[in-house]
Design a protein around this ligand. Structure first.
Ligand SMILES: *Cc1c(COP(=O)(O)O)cnc(C)c1O
Length: 231
């Protein structure tokens, strides 16, 4: 049996209220301003009905991890709901850079010189200078994207100074099997020494810890929308 829109609205509203309340509580505990922390709803592989419920409720900040999937749903959503802010939070292939620049408002996963160069070129030709985050592979995992911590300062400088990218912050995904706190602390330290104020860190399982260590945006999927489809 499929549930109707009012059931979904009720569930999604309750989830958003709960997660927002937990962010605000963590912020107060660590003497931070709750208003300094954005909740990015990760809508990848979630049913359109659930995402629409979030839009109806007034939520406007979303994250997607694949360009093609985002292209399939967001133009329609945007046509109906104004002022959506869409963030790319997944790995970006250089052959998708042009599409990503056209579709997203913020790109959080700049992680290598070739991608940075192509993004700078595509932004110039589209006359669209998007804020970007540099993804740092804090756990130095071979399968994970991101610049290594020891290479971050030079890469940030290259992106800003040589390529003129609008670098606003750093993003990380800690290793699954480790405590996230040291990874969040490391990301905050790299950001501070580079004069970057934005930190994208924390997911469903660890966003309160991320708030403790200075997250300015948390990326929450399953805790808001439920488990994802596999495809
Ligand atoms: C999927 C994803 C999330 C959300 O993960 P949840 O555990 O569902 O909250 C956050 N960040 C990135 C980069 C993701 O790919």
């Amino acid at each position: 049996m499929t549930s109707d829109a009012s059931d979904i609205d009720r569930d999604i509203t309750a989830n958003f209220e709960e997660i927002r309340a937990r962010i605000d509580k963590a912020a107060k505990k660590w003497e931070r301003n709750p208003g300094d922390i954005d909740l990015i709803a990760v809508s990848k592989r979630q049913p359109d009905a659930a995402v629409e419920a979030a839009l109806r409720l007034g939520h406007r900040q979303f994250g997607e991890n694949r360009v093609q999937e985002a292209q399939e749903k967001w133009p329609d959503f945007r046509a109906q709901y104004p002022n959506v802010e869409l963030r790319l939070i997944g790995p970006l292939q250089t052959n998708k850079a042009k599409d990503a620049v056209a579709l997203f408002d913020i790109i959080e996963t700049v992680d290598r010189p070739k991608l940075a160069r192509i993004l700078a070129k595509e932004m110039a030709s589209a006359d669209r200078s998007l804020p970007v985050y540099i993804q740092v592979n804090t756990g130095k995992e071979s399968q994970k994207a991101g610049v290594f911590p020891e290479d971050a300062d030079a890469f940030i400088a290259e992106c800003r100074e040589r390529l003129g990218l609008d670098v606003v912050g750093l993003m990380c995904i800690p290793p699954l099997e480790e405590q996230p706190a040291p990874h969040f602390a490391l990301l905050a330290k790299i950001a501070a020494r580079n004069g970057l104020s934005r930190l994208s860190m924390g997911m469903s399982a660890d966003f309160e810890t991320a708030v403790q260590f200075g997250a300015t945006s948390v990326r929450v999927g399953t805790a808001l929308f439920g488990s994802r489809s596999d495809t």
